[in-house]
Design a protein around this ligand. Structure first.
Ligand code: C2E
Ligand code: MG
Ligand code: MG
Ligand code: MG
Length: 279
């Protein structure tokens, strides 16, 4: 009987794996077509200076609206795009669209803010990555001062090559943030030598709101200050968290408490508020 059950379990298991593999293949096929079919959109999530309360930036977040499947989360397709290499053209589209949009806001007369674009390791390690970014800035007319690239902490571990790319970006006065900071095990001594502008405290520390995570958050804020970097907390959802961050003198914050990611049409109200507050 046990043997029989074991066999059934095995069949069940392989069936599940087959379904998973089939789903992945289907998604991959659809992903190939998504760019040319115009199925991607960007949503924008405001980032605020905690002390002045002013919006100082927005993060561009990709959305895939498939005509049959509906909305597909980046968590479900970015890893696949990375695996297949499709992240390179998709990432280029994101960069172009984000820079063009930011220039448009400025041309409309709104106070300038920085736009943050997520960059995958695979994109970052393209031999001509820096040239590509320069080209996009030239094409869109956006000044490098208003572009921020979000890289992940694990990428700062990659040594010489990554270091030289970061230095080139800095020389161009493009801003760089380390996304999901605190989970990627970068050594603190290597961080010291990395030419990055900002640490972005990973959401997981805010998600579980307890004394230990609060201690970690406070430590990252202090670390950033001592390294003369900026620091932003992401995933801030409650007033309690916002108060704590203010008390700890965290510079910037992003999260549902302040604003959710929104389609471009809904950004105007944030710009109006900023315009009124600063004029
Ligand atoms: P991320 O860069 O760390 O982005 C933050 C994620 O947290 C976003 O999820 C955002 O919608 C979500 N978020 C923001 N505030 C809150 C909050 O208060 N509570 C909670 N629970 N969530 C919050 P999203 O848009 O689903 O993106 C997930 C991840 O997908 C991103 O994490 C990023 O790693 C990746 N991603 C998104 N767009 C792009 C892109 O254009 N290129 C690349 N390479 N990756 C992207
Ligand atoms: Mg990010
Ligand atoms: Mg990320
Ligand atoms: Mg993050």
């Amino acid at each position: 009987l046990a043997k029989e059950n074991g066999k059934n379990n095995f069949q069940f298991f392989t069936k599940e794996l087959e379904e998973k593999a089939a789903k992945k293949m289907m998604l991959e096929r659809e992903l190939h077509k998504a760019l040319e079919c115009g199925q991607f959109q960007l949503h924008y999530q405001p980032q605020f200076d905690i002390h002045s309360g002013h919006m100082i930036g927005v993060e561009a977040l990709i959305r895939w609206k498939h005509p049959k499947i509906g909305m597909i989360s980046p968590v479900d397709f970015i890893p696949l795009a990375e695996e297949t290499g499709l992240i390179v053209p998709i990432g280029h589209w994101v960069l172009q669209t984000a820079c063009r949009q930011n220039k448009k806001w400025q041309d409309n007369g709104f106070p300038p803010i920085r736009i943050s674009v997520n960059v995958s390791a695979r994109q970052f390690s393209q031999p001509h990555f820096v040239d590509t970014v320069k080209e996009v800035l030239e094409q869109t007319g956006l000044s490098p001062d208003w572009l921020d690239l979000e890289i992940t902490e694990s990428m700062t571990l990659e040594g010489e090559f990554f270091h030289s790319v970061l230095q080139k970006l800095k020389d161009l006065s493009i801003h760089v943030s380390v996304d999901d900071f605190g989970t990627g095990y970068s050594s603190l001594s290597s961080l010291r030598h990395f030419p990055v502008n900002r640490l972005k405290i990973d959401q997981t520390f805010v998600r579980t709101w307890d004394d230990k995570n609060k201690a970690i958050i406070a430590m990252i804020i202090t670390l950033a200050k001592n390294l003369e970097m900026n620091v932003i907390a992401e995933g801030v959802e409650t007033i309690e968290q916002a108060i704590f961050l203010k008390e700890m003198n965290c510079h910037e914050a992003q999260g549902y408490f302040y604003a959710k990611p929104v389609p471009v049409e809904e950004m105007d109200v944030f710009f109006q508020q900023l315009f009124i507050a600063t004029s």
